[in-house]
Design a protein around this ligand. Structure first.
Ligand code: BGC
Length: 437
């Protein structure tokens, strides 16, 4: 990969927030000490997870959180983004765990940044039902009441797009439904849940609230009108459908008509002002007209019925997941958001960025992160207001339908002994943060 690696990374503004991210279901384990989530049900079904694994133990973070917080402290990050498991909060003693975790993180001089929903919906609930949004707001109030005195910054949802598209439209993630466009109510109810959660957090006194959405530039496979139209549609589905209700209070291009309920009233709730908008970036997507058959991409099977097909981005290094490494896609995405939404765009935070590679001497990960941090700096220089950057992930963890086969961590986890070993990238990130001062 062509990088400027070796030159010092340019200085970011004072107060820029550096962090790492994880999520509850992917690291905590201790599954028997909480209610079941849709992911427990899904992973118990044969063939759903590629290596047949479950997250019952994962990194056993629930029991080893002190060791993990010490790793955070050693990195020198400003903030730690983790998620709170709604099924655990529903279980006796569950909220006590987050109470201890938040205390430990604060004592390490790191700011806790919880995400309130990172896909592990309590198994009895269903995002096809509108009242799940109301249940979410009740749960958020309980959490905010308990932790709000120490939590400076909140994230409502993680990637409602992926949870809708992978979980409910194509069935690659929990709950494993293949509803295609009948999954759209799942998008609307999550967005409504986001708006209600913002209201609940504000009522509990929170003043720094965002959402983490996954976004990426969409590149047409060619200049042919059919490819350009397919790419525009994909951009609508991945980027605009989830950003515009929050940022503009509107669904894009007539999609409001496809949503359930009193959409105009709901949009007022969904557009409750956020203090910043979180972007998870991994790679751009090259999209063309439908190919007439199922296609494989990045571990997913995309059904032929979809009105687009995903094509390879040629000539780029690939992560172990097969995702292309395109750092300038991050600059393009951020400047594109600024150009698209102008003054209506809240300050941005990169809530996830990272890559899957094997090995403890992970020079590929260093090259990836180095190049993406520089690409982020280029966006800042061109005037995009970005306030923070979180690496996905602190630890190797349960990578959803891929099981333990994909390693995104700065810290290696031996899944037999559960021993943690900081990788070369951990030391690189620590040194970079020191150099930033
Ligand atoms: C998710 C993470 C996931 C990562 C890598 C994001 O879509 O928020 O949970 O592990 O990507 O696939």
């Amino acid at each position: 990969m062509a990088t400027d690696a070796g030159d010092p990374i340019p200085r970011f503004p004072d107060g820029f927030l550096w962090g790492v991210s994880t999520s509850a279901h992917q690291i905590e384990g201790a599954a028997e000490e909480r209610e079941r989530s849709v992911w427990d049900v899904f992973t118990a079904e044969p063939g759903r997870v590629k290596d047949g694994s479950t997250a019952a133990v994962a990194c056993d973070h629930y029991h080893r959180y002190r060791e993990d917080v010490a790793l955070l402290a050693g990195l020198g990050v400003d903030a730690y983004r983790f998620s709170i498991s709604w099924p655990r909060v529903n279980s006796p003693g569950g909220l006590d765990f987050y109470d201890r975790l938040v205390d430990e993180v604060c004592a390490a001089g790191v700011r806790p940044v919880p995400t309130l929903f990172h896909w592990d919906l309590p198994a009895p609930l269903d995002w096809l039902r509108r009242d799940t949004a109301a249940r979410f707001a009740e749960y958020v109030s309980v959490v905010a009441e308990r932790l709000g005195d120490r939590v400076p910054k909140w994230i409502t949802l993680n990637e409602p797009a992926e949870h809708t598209l992978l979980g409910h439209a194509i069935g690659a993630h929990a709950p494993g439904r293949q509803l295609l466009f009948d999954a759209l109510p799942v998008a609307h109810h999550q967005l409504l849940a986001h708006g209600l959660a913002v209201q609940a957090l504000r009522a509990a006194g929170a003043s720094d609230i965002g959402i983490a959405n996954s976004h990426g530039p969409t590149w047409p496979a060619s200049a042919e009108p059919a490819d350009v139209a397919a790419a525009g549609f994909y951009d609508l589905l991945l980027n605009r459908l989830f950003a515009e209700p929050v940022i503009l209070g509107e669904y894009p291009d007539g999609t409001a008509e496809l949503m359930p309920g009193d959409v105009a009233a709901d949009l007022k709730v969904i557009a409750e002002p956020v203090d910043w908008y979180g972007v998870n970036y991994y790679a751009p997507t090259r999209v063309g007209a439908p190919g007439g058959a199922d296609s494989e991409y990045g571990g997913l099977t995309l059904p032929a019925e979809l009105p687009f097909s995903v094509r390879e981005i040629e000539g780029r290094p690939r992560t172990d997941f097969g995702w292309p490494v395109v750092p300038e896609g991050l600059t393009e995405l951020l400047t594109g958001f600024r150009d698209r939404y102008g003054d209506r765009l809240p300050p941005l935070v990169i809530t996830e960025n990272g890559c899957s590679y094997e090995g403890i001497d992970d020079q590929d990960r260093i090259a990836y992160l180095d190049a993406h941090v520089r690409a982020l700096h280029t966006a800042l220089e061109s005037g995009v207001d970005v306030r923070g950057y979180f690496v996905w992930s602190l630890l190797d963890n349960f990578e959803w339908a891929e099981g333990y086969a994909r390693r995104f961590g700065l810290v290696h986890v031996d899944y037999t002994t559960l021993e943690r070993t900081p990788k070369a990238s951990y030391h690189w990130f620590r040194d970079m943060l020191r150099a930033q001062g």
